[in-house]
Design a binder for this molecule. Structure first.
Ligand code: CA
Length: 266
C-alpha cells in the first residue's frame, strides 16, 4: 500500500530554487495575485503545495475537507483549483462535478492530485471536469509549473481559438456564445464545462464534416499528453446527455463509425 510521508516531500523540495516563472495573473494591472484553492486532507501535502504556490505568487487558500472546499468554491472566485481525490466530507470527484455544475468557479481550471494511478481513475477525473491530472508522488516544481501552465492555457483559450475572436454560432437548435460562455439548446440554457463547450463548438462550427478523435483531442485538449482518445468518447457521451432530447438516439452529434464524430448537417 502506498504510504505518503512528509519526509518524502521534504526530500523532493530540498535544495529547490525559487521558481523563475510567475503565475499568469502576476502581470495583472490591478496588481492582485491569482487565487488558488487547494483541497487536500493530508496536512503535510496541503502545506507543501500551498507554500509552494505562495512562493510562486499565488494567493492560496488551503482546506483539508471536501465539504469546506465546496463551500469555498461556491462562495469565492478562484483562478485555479488543486484537488485531492480521496477526501473526507465530499470526495474529489463529487467536488469537481459540483464546481463544474454551477457557481462562480464553473469555468475555473482544475488540477486533480491523487495517489491513484489506474487509467480508469484518470478518465474518471477528466470526466468529472478536471483539466489536468498529477499522480503522487510528484515533484512540487512540476506541480507548480503545471498549475501555472494550466491557468495560462485556460485564460488564453477562452476568448479565442487559433488566434481569432470567435463569433456567436447558431447550428440547428444550438446557439453558442463564446464571449459569454453561453449555450442554448432548443432555446433553453445549458451548463457545459469548458471542454464540453469547446467540443461542441468545434463540431457545430463545421456541420456535416467528420472530425476524428485525434482532431478533437488536438482542438479540445490542445496536445495534453495525459488524455487518451477514449476521453473524447466520454466527453461526447456527457455532452449528448446535456443537449440531445434522447441521448440514446442522438440527432445533433452523430457517430461516424471508424472515423469520429460530426455535427448533423442542416
Ligand atoms: Ca487524501
Amino acid at each position: 500500500m502506498f504510504c505518503w510521508s512528509a519526509h518524502l516531500f521534504q526530500r523532493k523540495i530540498r535544495g529547490m530554487d525559487a521558481l523563475t516563472a510567475g503565475p499568469p495573473g502576476s502581470s495583472d494591472p490591478t496588481g492582485s495575485s491569482p487565487r488558488a484553492l487547494v483541497v487536500e486532507d493530508e496536512r503535510s501535502i496541503r502545506e507543501l503545495v500551498s507554500n509552494q504556490l505562495r512562493r510562486a505568487g499565488y494567493d492560496c487558500l488551503a482546506v483539508g475537507d471536501g465539504r469546506e472546499g465546496l463551500d469555498r468554491a461556491r462562495s469565492e472566485p478562484f483562478d485555479v483549483v488543486v484537488l485531492d481525490l480521496m477526501l473526507p466530507g465530499i470526495d474529489g470527484i463529487t467536488l469537481c462535478r459540483a464546481i463544474r455544475r454551477e457557481g462562480v468557479n464553473r469555468d475555473v481550471p482544475i488540477l486533480v492530485l491523487t495517489a491513484r494511478r489506474a487509467e480508469n481513475d484518470k478518465v474518471l477525473g477528466l470526466e468529472s471536469g478536471a483539466d489536468d491530472y498529477v499522480t503522487k508522488p510528484f515533484g512540487v516544481r512540476e506541480l507548480t509549473a503545471r498549475v501555472a501552465a494550466l491557468t495560462r492555457r485556460i485564460h488564453r483559450a477562452q476568448p479565442q481559438v487559433a488566434g481569432a475572436p470567435r463569433a456567436l454560432l447558431v447550428a440547428r437548435d444550438v446557439e453558442l456564445d463564446p464571449a459569454k460562455h453561453l449555450v442554448r439548446v432548443r432555446r433553453t440554457e445549458v451548463n457545459l464545462t469548458p471542454h464540453e463547450f469547446e467540443l461542441l463548438y468545434q463540431l457545430a462550427s463545421k456541420p456535416g464534416v467528420v472530425l476524428t478523435r485525434k482532431d478533437l483531442l488536438a482542438a479540445v485538449w490542445r496536445g495534453q499528453a495525459f488524455v487518451t482518445e477514449r476521453s473524447i468518447d466520454t466527453l461526447v457521451r456527457h455532452l449528448r446527455c446535456k443537449i440531445e432530447q434522447d441521448p440514446t438516439s442522438p440527432q445533433l452529434i452523430l457517430t461516424v463509425w471508424g472515423y469520429g464524430y460530426k455535427f448533423a448537417g442542416s
